[in-house]
Design a protein around this ligand. Structure first.
Ligand code: NAD
Length: 247
């Protein structure tokens, strides 16, 4: 098993992409901690996929610090961090976005990964390890009528931070990589993908002929998490979008 003996944290792991990654890691032998805001949802998902649940709001530094400390208390080490928790704002033109709407997105999508990475690094430095940032194709390309600028800004920042952290911590054998998915069917996109017409339009938009699934992202995360599979990959930014970002 590729992650045998490894300990991983997946933020926002109770559903969607995070849950699929946590499941893939658990199946591959890792001890997996999933974190999120609601204990009940976390407990249900943890039971289903064989993970350990720790409640933590990613926007709150003290809760994130405690998430890392509790993981170390429970498992004694940390090898893999997946910065996955994220939110998508209401679609609005830039000049219509309020200050609080802007900050709400950056709090989760940018400050969250900062806190989780900050408190994980001292533990990852002990044995080396892997950080996987879940950004978005919106972090590498502008889309007409997308109108989610705080989201694009947060994901573009995560793309560059991937490179900064990769360069800084390569000496500690911490590999830092980033996945930029296109549209993946989850709760985040369910409203958008709710009509047959939109689904068909989206499938058509992707050169490979379909939009993404959570398992597409989980397989890519396993690649970056596995020292065996990707020992030389660090600072990589992987567009995972059926070729859409090439257009
Ligand atoms: P989702 O809404 O199903 O899941 C988001 C997760 O983040 C949930 O578990 C939620 O509880 C958690 N979360 C949100 N705010 C939080 C907070 N304050 N503290 C702790 N946890 C919090 O969405 P998803 O599609 O699974 O998204 C996962 C990641 O993938 C996000 O970072 C998202 O931006 C990114 N992404 C998604 C898509 C897509 O099309 N679904 C595309 C590109 C990137």
């Amino acid at each position: 098993m590729k992650l045998s003996g490894k300990v991983a944290i997946v933020t926002g792991g109770s559903r969607g992409i995070g849950k699929a990654i946590a499941k893939e890691f658990a199946v591959n032998g890792a001890s997996v901690v999933i974190s999120g805001r609601e204990q009940k949802n976390l407990d249900e998902s943890a039971k289903e996929i064989g993970a350990f649940a720790i409640q933590a709001d990613i926007r709150k530094e003290s809760e994130v610090q405690s998430l890392i400390e509790k993981t170390i208390e429970k498992f004694g080490r940390l090898d893999i961090l997946v910065n996955n928790a994220g939110v998508f704002p209401k679609i609005k033109l830039l000049h219509e976005i309020s200050d609080s709407e802007w900050r709400d997105v950056l709090d989760v999508n940018l400050n969250g990964p900062f806190y989780a990475t900050k408190y994980s690094i001292p533990h990852l430095q002990k044995n080396g390890g892997a950080i996987i940032n879940i950004a978005s194709s919106a972090g590498i390309k502008a889309y007409e009528n997308f109108n989610a600028d705080a989201y694009s800004a947060s994901k573009a920042a995560l793309v560059l931070l991937t490179k900064c952290w990769a360069l800084e911590y390569a000496k500690n054998k911490i590999r830092v990589n980033c996945i930029c998915p296109g549209v993946v069917e989850t709760d985040m996109t369910s409203e958008f993908l709710s009509t047959p017409a939109t689904r068909e339009m989206m499938n058509y938009a992707y050169p490979i002929g379909r939009f993404g699934t959570v398992d597409d992202v989980a397989k890519a995360a396993l690649y970056f998490a596995s020292e065996q599979d990707s020992p030389w990959a660090t600072g990589a930014v992987l567009p995972l979008d059926g070729g859409e970002s090439l257009k």
